[in-house]
Design a binder for this molecule. Sequence first.
Ligand code: NAD
Ligand code: TYD
Length: 350
Amino acid sequence: MRKSILITGGAGFIGSQVVRLFVNKYPDYTIVNYDKLTYAGNLENLRDVENKPNYHFVKGDILDVELALKTVQKFNIDGIIHLAAESHVDRSIHNPDEFAVTNIIGTIRLLKAAQTAWNDNYDGKMFYHISTDEVYGSISTGYFTETTSLDPRSPYSASKASSDHFVLAFNNTYGLPAMISRCSNNYGPYHFPEKLIPLMINNMVNNKPLPVYGKGENIRDWLYVEDHARAIDAIFHKGKAGEIYNIGGNNEWTNIDVVKLLCRIVDKKLGREEGTSAKLITFVKDRPGHDLRYAIDPGKTISETGWRPETAFEDGIEKTVDWYLNNENWLKNVTSGAYLQYYNTMYANR
Ligand code: NAD
Ligand code: TYD
């Protein structure tokens, strides 16, 4: 039974939900959050668990193989859940090298740290890599399954697909026990406001334009972040080395419908006249290479682990809007300084 777990990227959006779930659900486990704290990593996301005796934080880079190795050895780590990554497609279009370094080289270094620390004694060990449905590319009809060929089309998804291949290569070549899950788009609290849903909420609150790329017809399958964290828990405990598990919500929405839904909810919550926020919708130049549709079949994960999504989209979205309206300081802190510069550069030319 694996009880000493290293979670990389635990200060990010999804990682912090995974840390929170494991720290609270498994008081007898040791949970080590290993995070470099980039612009996307924020220890504010973990205030409610930071004083729990089973929680530890190590500020570290996955590229730093020495520190990663020392950390695995020091805490006698037998399970690694690897979420640390550069995660935003728009940033990857402007800076593909950084995505290759963090997501590909960083994953290889972490695999090597695990291999060295475990020293071929792989009994009871597991390296669990968190990936994305974006590695499958864009699909016009039907659903991605675990056997769908990889067809990454953005620098972000290309870097994630490459890291997936390295994880499977370490399993095949060196026998390192490793598995992968690939999830659809997540939403919920602590989501960095450069991504569609929190960016729109933030702009609505501040009466700023709502930049919808192209015609807003692109389709994503949205899953509440706590449902993803529960899937990771189920796969970590029940998944098998060498396997891939798809995770999704069977919940497809066009971007424009998501934005309109958010407008209605925000207007209601802020006591604004209906239609006020929708007036801010601005169709802007499309993202280059914009994938039209992602849709994933989570059947294998459901049948093999018993997991299933629990949060209906309308409920999850309402909870998410409430969270952002009640956490103004968090939003202000993460959107000050460097973020503002980034935002202005990103949107200046649209
Ligand atoms: P995020 O950008 O919110 O968080 C990433 C975290 O990784 C941050 O805490 C950051 O500080 C840390 N990090 C980045 N580079 C690091 C490095 N070199 N060393 C150590 N830590 C580093 O990302 P997220 O949205 O929470 O995504 C987490 C993982 O899940 C990623 O691997 C992503 O590809 C995958 N994923 C995300 C989604 C989604 O909808 N957000 C969907 C499927 C899969
Ligand atoms: P995003 O949250 O960046 O996730 P991903 O690109 O990984 O799916 O974007 C979700 C969808 O929303 C995607 O089709 C791009 C679109 N989008 C906008 O229309 N406007 C925006 O300001 C952003 C950030 C995204």
